[in-house]
Design a protein around this ligand. Structure first.
Ligand SMILES: N[C@@H](CCC[C@H](N)C(=O)O)C(=O)O
Length: 276
């Protein structure tokens, strides 16, 4: 069976995007891992599968799979690429789109410039809902790993994030420490590990070691979670630019109880067909 797909990216966080509305698609973790391989497949960080909605007044459903085949709840860069995909494919002409994900509804706005603004919802800070093993909610937590301990913030944007402040993002061993935090026992569903260097109240740098992938060039939900943590620490203002290795996102968060808004680009790379 031949499967048409689009290859897209949001700031270098790259995706295979499949239209599951016009065609029936059966995916297994093994197939996803093969497609994700940069040597034996197409190569991507996440696979996005667009499907018809299951709820009234919602335009689409989309499912997100990491390169390791695991299905996840949310993806910020993926949401922007999803919006461009459904419009480019003629699946909608709307510029405001409501989409179901595994963890609720998110709202997207494709701006006249082509940039996509995503309402990512209210960040979750209660440890049990992240999920994160902690006695009570706090801004900072200490997690211990062998002889070492790490001071982190913990935030869910629908998917779990741990964020650590660092002095110099270019010098920090993101992969070594990220790998340990991603698999830490205090995060029973594993976690995305973000490393944040705040430059001033409106500008920060971030690198993310993503759950189920490894370090990526950008992570949208990671940028949202980092902005929330930076705000809770009193280091970032309500509007901030977060610069990732692949480029910058604009973040907006008014404070506890408010929704997080993320704005950034979505890029189409090529169309392809792969044999199942
Ligand atoms: N790259 C994404 C996040 C994708 C999911 C993540 N790896 C997880 O396991 O939660 C983004 O842009 O948000």
């Amino acid at each position: 069976m031949k499967l048409p797909f689009s290859k897209m990216h949001g700031l270098g966080n790259d995706f295979m995007v499949l239209d599951g509305i016009s065609q029936a698609i059966e995916l297994t973790p093994a197939i996803i891992r093969r497609f994700a391989s940069r040597q034996f497949g197409i190569g991507f960080n996440q696979l996005l599968l667009v499907e018809p909605p299951q709820q009234p007044d919602i335009d689409f459903k989309y499912r997100i799979f990491n390169a390791d085949g695991s299905e996840v709840e949310q993806c910020g860069n993926g949401a922007r690429c999803f919006a461009k995909f459904v419009r480019d494919k003629g699946l909608t002409i709307k510029s405001r789109i409501a989409v179901e994900t595994r963890n609720g509804i998110i709202h997207l706005h494709v701006e006249p410039s082509g940039m996509v603004r995503v309402d990512m919802g209210v960040p979750i800070l209660e440890p049990v809902k992240i999920p994160f093993k902690a006695e009570k909610q706090a801004v900072d937590y200490i997690i211990r790993d062998g002889e070492d301990s790490f001071e982190i913030g913990a935030v869910s944007m629908g998917n779990p994030h741990a964020i650590m402040l660092v002095d110099d993002i270019n010098l920090f061993p993101v992969r070594q420490v990220g790998r340990r935090i991603e698999a830490h026992q205090d995060f029973p569903q594993r976690v995305n590990a973000g490393f944040l260097q705040v430059v001033h109240a409106k500008f920060a740098k971030l690198r993310v070691y993503e759950r189920g992938v490894g370090e990526t060039l950008a992570c949208g939900t990671g940028a949202c979670a980092a902005h929330v943590y930076g705000r809770l620490k009193g280091l970032l203002g309500p509007e901030a630019e977060i610069k990732l290795p692949g480029g910058s996102l604009h973040l907006s968060w008014a404070g506890e109880g408010a929704n997080v808004y993320m704005t950034g680009p979505a890029t189409h790379v090529f169309e392809g067909v792969i044999d199942l």
